[in-house]
Design a protein around this ligand. Structure first.
Ligand code: MN
Ligand code: MN
Length: 479
């Protein structure tokens, strides 16, 4: 005999379905998506290195009333709720904060992303000549598939720093009148040996050298005339010599600009969306956050994530903790370490990093129920890691329930996603480095296709929902 449903059962939806976000949103929201993504594309096209993302972020922060914390330190000013400050770490990592109504000891709400991206770095002694070409020797940065970086137009971004401290900024290959650079590849006619190699070995790391010139200098006595001519051009333009490469940081990145993708213009292709899709959203929410939040709101833009977060500007350094200590010191009458430890322990954090999306061309690497799908919303990732969650900062169910509450209350379109099926591979973010303070941390960010390639692909709705979700998170008064 059939049982009739009780009233409660009739109301309860027993099934969870992960739907396309465009089926859930209002027409007004479509306009917001275009607005945020338009601004994001500008940022992405003009901030191609960690230094540039850092500088662009400071420009945007200062326009909206954020001041350097050093001013408070030197003038012995106290911080009060509503104050907007930032602190830079060596021009590559940045922390921006709006002081909340509650004491810092009760914790912060942090959205932390990274602003470095895989690329090709120039070596310390790079310039040489061979086959009547001048070339720059390189060492790639981050996890790249090397074959993707040959034969595409590259731009050079970076700095030369003279022993006296003078910094000379270099950007070549972004303006239409600029030259670009490239890495050559073998013609198919002569590639029979190369084509037999594994994809990972077809292009070797030492062969990622960049073509930089081919005209000889007029000097008769010089042996390497083409290299000499390049040095002459560099000296004329930047007043540098070959020795100045020793104290330079120069990065080759794709010279291509972000573009809309698809007949419906619903996606964006661009360099460095890992993790500037999340970094821009994190920055933008702090800038857009009106009034004084309940809890101190913080956006972290970190360097060196792609090589393990090590180094002075990586999240494994004490920069975050030290800056939190400075903020506490400027917020209270008497500083003590226990208050700092409580502030860190009581914080909530979204580790804002990208995740992989389901790729219909490569379905076998993922498990579809638990893989993020393009434009299904911002992706919440409980754990990363590899081989049995090793290395994962596995977020607490209690904290995920809080995020669910915040996102659902604010109509954020979101989904969950795992980085590939079990034992397929894996990865990590800065989450575990912040979790060591005892704070609640979960990864949540934009899904990407072609991650770590020269031109990564993201869905516009996902980018907008990251913005919307982070904003709701920073504003939340907790329950
Ligand atoms: Mn990342
Ligand atoms: Mn990455």
């Amino acid at each position: 005999m059939l049982k009739t449903k009780t009233k409660a059962q009739a109301k309860t939806n027993l099934n969870y379905t992960n739907k396309n976000g465009y089926e859930k949103i209002s027409p007004q929201e479509l306009k917001k998506i275009e607005e945020i993504c338009g601004l994001y594309m500008k940022f992405l096209g003009s901030a191609k290195t960690e230094r540039e993302a850092h500088d662009e972020a400071i420009k945007l922060l200062e326009e909206k009333g954020f001041g350097n914390i050093e001013r408070f330190e030197t003038q012995k000013l106290k911080l009060k709720p509503g104050d907007r400050i930032y602190k830079s770490c060596s021009g590559k990592t940045l922390m921006a904060v709006i002081i909340g109504k509650r004491p810092l000891e009760e914790g912060m709400h942090i959205v932390g992303a990274h602003i470095d991206a895989p690329r090709i770095d120039v070596k310390q002694n790079p310039l040489y000549e061979n086959g009547d070409l001048a070339l720059l020797d390189t060492h790639y940065y981050g996890g790249i598939k090397k074959y993707q970086w040959v034969t595409i137009p590259l731009a050079l971004h970076g700095v030369f720093v003279k022993p006296g401290g003078e910094k000379i900024k270099v950007t070549v290959g972004e303006n239409p009148e600029d030259p670009v650079f490239c890495i050559t590849d073998l013609l198919p006619h002569l590639a029979q040996d190369q084509m037999k190699k594994a994809l990972s070995e077809g292009i070797e790391g030492e062969n990622l050298d960049v073509v930089a010139g081919s005209v000889p200098a007029a000097d008769r006595k010089i042996k390497e005339k083409i290299k000499q001519n390049v040095l002459k051009i560099l000296n004329g333009k930047y007043r540098i010599t070959e020795e100045d490469f020793l104290s330079a940081e120069l990065e080759f990145v794709p010279s291509l600009k972000p573009r809309e993708v698809g007949f419906d213009k619903s996606m964006i292709t661009g360099y460095g969306q890992d993790d500037r899709a999340c970094a821009y959203s994190a920055l933008k929410v702090l800038i857009d956050l009106a009034g004084t939040p309940e809890y101190t709101a913080c956006a972290l833009l970190a360097d060196k994530e792609e090589i393990g977060s090590v180094g002075a500007t990586g999240m494994a350094s004490n920069f975050f903790e030290n800056t939190a200590a400075e903020i506490l010191n400027l917020s209270v009458d008497s500083y003590n370490e226990l208050k700092l430890k409580r502030a860190l322990n009581n914080s909530w954090m979204i580790s804002a990093d990208v995740n992989s999306l389901f790729d219909p061309l490569y379905p076998s690497v993922s498990e579809k129920k638990n893989t993020a799908i393009i434009n299904h919303g911002v992706c919440l990732t409980k754990y990363t890691g590899q081989r049995g969650k090793a290395g994962a900062s596995d977020a607490n169910a209690e904290f995920i329930a809080q995020i669910r509450r915040i996102f659902d209350k604010n109509k954020v379109v979101w989904q969950t996603g795992e980085l590939g099926k079990v034992d397929q591979g894996g990865g990590g973010t800065i989450a575990y480095l912040m979790a060591r303070y005892g704070m609640q941390v979960v990864d949540c960010g934009v899904g990407l296709l072609s991650m770590h390639s020269p031109m990564e692909l993201a869905g516009k709705l996902d980018i907008y929902m990251a913005y919307k979700g982070y904003l709701a998170f920073l504003k939340d008064a907790r329950k």
